[in-house]
Design a protein around this ligand. Structure first.
Ligand SMILES: [Zn+2]
Length: 158
């Protein structure tokens, strides 16, 4: 099978106005901030005695990596930024270049769906976490997924 992504929206990228410097800086800062919720979640998982790999490549999933991977139980955790992944609560759309943003966010959503489908067909369970979720709440969901995959209840955690 070719590497073409069938889930990508058929329409091609709409033209957009060049963003002004302030807007560019704003989105760059937003992209950087998206990594800190992932760090908070990783700390919470560590605190619970869980061990995992980060930014892991999965064979059969070209050009993408799993944010937090429990390879033994094949549980993949993806931490999604509210803005870039179109969170229903915080996924605001800029009014400038709105056509382009609609297209961009649709592409991102299609890519997320495609990633989930590929991972499940490879035998992985996928847990998607919004960056706005409390790390403790997200960790509960992840532990539940791990239990379903046969991970025992840990004993003697300090
Ligand atoms: Zn959100």
């Amino acid at each position: 099978m070719a590497d073409a992504c069938n889930a990508t929206p058929a329409s091609s990228e709409p033209p957009r106005l060049r963003p002004d410097a302030a807007t560019s800086a704003q989105y760059a800062a937003r992209a950087r901030r998206e990594t800190s919720p992932e760090l908070a979640l990783r700390r919470e998982l560590h605190r619970r005695g869980l061990r995992f790999r980060v930014q892991t490549r999965v064979s059969g999933l070209p050009r993408r990596s799993v944010d937090i991977a429990f390879t033994r139980w094949k549980v993949a955790v993806m931490v999604d930024g509210c803005f870039w992944h179109g969170c229903p609560d915080h996924g605001t759309r800029p009014s400038r270049n709105s056509d382009w943003w609609e297209w961009k966010l649709a592409v991102n959503r299609a890519r997320d769906n495609d990633t989930d489908n590929r991972l499940s067909s490879l035998g992985w369970a996928v847990v998607r976490v919004w960056e706005h979720e409390e790390p403790a709440v997200a960790a509960e969901r992840i532990e539940a997924a791990l239990s379903q995959r046969g991970r025992g209840v840990p004993h003697g955690m300090a």
